[in-house]
Write a protein that binds this ligand. Structure first.
Ligand code: HEM
Length: 125
């Protein structure tokens, strides 16, 4: 049988739903991050991040069907992401990852990627 994807290993859609819901609960009251989000309703942004992460880790490619090629660096250019914004994103994501209670090896795989991706999204000094 084909090797299990990381998406499946960590618990499939439910895990990413919980992760991203918890993350956006944090964003909603974060004084650094909340002003960056153009829409009052964070629901659509939550769905986009959830679908992207599901696709990235080998789950269904619904993100691509809805949004096309991710081009995430380009899509973040309109938002001023300096060290403070990057670190606020990482801190909210840390709380969200902690809330999943994953086995250490899975948690490390997920966490290392998220930190790397957050640094690569920084677009201001
Ligand atoms: C979109 C902020 C890092 C994935 C957005 C948006 C903002 C934002 C303001 C627009 C909300 C919307 O979708 O309407 C930030 C900040 C980051 C960061 C401050 C700090 C470094 C990341 C990282 C990832 C990511 C590391 C992926 C691992 C996405 C995705 C979208 C998005 C998938 C929606 C793209 C689309 O299809 O339009 N982000 N982001 N972001 N972000 Fe980030």
């Amino acid at each position: 049988p084909p090797a299990e994807t990381f998406f499946e290993t960590v618990g499939g859609e439910e895990t990413f739903r919980r992760l991203v819901a918890r993350f956006y609960e944090g964003v909603a009251t974060d004084p650094v991050l909340r002003p960056l989000y153009p829409e009052e309703d964070l629901g659509p942004a939550e769905e986009r991040l959830r679908l992207f992460l599901i696709q990235y880790w080998g789950g269904p490619a619904t993100y691509h069907e809805k949004r096309g090629h991710p081009r995430l660096r380009m899509r973040h250019v309109p938002f001023a992401i300096g060290p403070a914004e990057r670190d606020a994103w990482i801190a909210q994501m840390r709380a969200a990852v902690d809330s999943l209670d994953l086995p250490p090896e899975q948690e490390t795989t997920l966490w290392d990627y998220l930190v790397y991706a957050a640094h690569s999204m920084q677009n201001r000094a």
